[in-house]
Design a protein around this ligand. Structure first.
Ligand code: F6P
Length: 365
């Protein structure tokens, strides 16, 4: 029998810790099990286009602390729904067979897919077509089901908290309302946790639609107590009660064409009009996805990588590695597919925030 051969790809938006996973997978597979490791370039797009590289020891050495992914990624290609122009009209075409052919041509025993819900949903569908897949949960949004934490989230939380800390002093000096918009899509984890860690006065998350009058009332309350500035941490997915989210662009992504962003500008205008207090907006954007992973994310990414290779050795395919408490476990990938883990209303973090006087832009019971 020849050497076992495993593949790895990174899909969806990048984040700190992807290289730590690639390194962890390749080193474990090569060192511990004498396997061969194939890196597929640019996620599922690379699979459709047949692009890959052999990951030898040299290629993955020295990348632990580097942000991004040496394999490249793509957050718009779904092989089951490829956008094509047919007779002048955009249509989606199922090209998943091309991926399956590539998987077989490469002679892979297993394919490790590192990504968020989009990537893992595609991975699960490839598993249904016969591929042996193993998922690794990645995203700064922390919105994947079945795991306590995705890697990348801690680094993004750190970046966002640092930004809030810095904006605090300038808000205070100028007696302004400062709005800090963070990513997270439809989940408020990043806003909630960086907002609480950074002492935000008001935190707006998608799970709790806000009322502008309540936001203004909270600012006025602070003024009455002699606080002439306020920090509002806004999740990009926040929306008013009965209203819509704000989108900054539409992209060619069949699964999720609308890219969120800009809600804090809308709120800032409303606050200025109602109170006359000067507002400034800082949209952190892709800064949150860059930089070196925090020590926590390096540890989490490395543990996920080692567990993923172990699953490949045990032939425990079509599972995602997950963190439960302090343990690395395996969960069936179909439990993750097409779902998002949102902040529950009874989250202890929300309770803690309320206790220290944080407003969520609504009257809370
Ligand atoms: O899912 C990660 C994420 O950074 C979201 O927080 C954000 O809404 C989205 O990706 C941005 O996507 P893009 O990189 O295409 O602008």
């Amino acid at each position: 029998m020849g050497k076992k051969r495993i593949g790895i790809l990174t899909g969806g938006g990048d984040c700190p810790g992807l290289n730590a996973v690639i390194r962890g997978v390749a080193k474990t597979a090569i060192n511990q099990y004498g396997m061969e490791v194939v890196g597929i370039l640019d996620g599922f797009r690379g699979m459709l286009e047949g692009r890959f590289t052999i990951l030898d020891y040299e290629k993955v050495s020295g990348i632990l602390t580097i942000g991004g992914t040496i394999l490249g990624t793509d957050n718009k290609t779904d092989p089951f729904n490829v956008l094509e122009v047919v007779n002048g009209k955009k249509e989606t075409v199922d090209k998943s067979d091309v991926c399956m052919e590539f998987y077989r041509d490469l002679g892979l025993d297993a394919l490790i897919c590192v990504g968020g819900d989009g990537t893992l949903t595609i991975a699960g569908k490839l598993a249904q077509k016969g591929a042996n897949v193993i998922g690794v949960p990645k995203t700064i949004d922390n919105d994947l089901m079945e795991t306590d934490q995705t890697f990348g989230f801690d680094s993004a939380r750190h970046t966002a908290t640092e930004a809030i800390d810095k904006l605090h002093t300038t808000a205070q000096s100028h007696h302004r309302v400062m709005l800090v918009e963070v990513m997270g899509r439809n989940a408020g984890w990043l806003a909630l946790e960086s907002g609480l860690a950074g002492g935000g006065d008001i935190i707006l998350i998608p799970e709790i639609p806000y009322e502008i009058d309540e936001i203004i009332a909270a600012i006025r309350r602070r003024n009455r107590f002699g606080k002439r500035f306020s920090i509002i941490v806004v999740s990009e997915g926040a929306r008013p009660k009965g209203g819509e989210q704000v989108y900054q662009r539409i992209v060619d992504d069949p699964a999720e064409p609308k890219r969120l962003g800009g809600v804090s500008n809308v709120i800032a205008r409303q606050i200025e009009q109602a109170t006359g207090i000067e507002c400034r907006v800082a949209i952190l954007g892709h800064l949150q996805r860059g930089g070196t992973p925090t020590p926590y994310d390096r540890l989490l990414a490395t543990q996920y990588a080692v567990k993923a290779v172990e699953l490949a050795v045990e032939k425990k395919y079509n599972h995602m590695v997950a963190l439960k408490g302090r343990d690395m476990v395996a969960v069936p990938i179909e439990r993750v597919m097409g779902k998002q883990r949102l902040v529950p209303r009874n989250s202890p973090l929300i309770e803690a925030a309320i206790c220290v006087g944080t407003s969520f832009g609504v009257k809370m019971d």
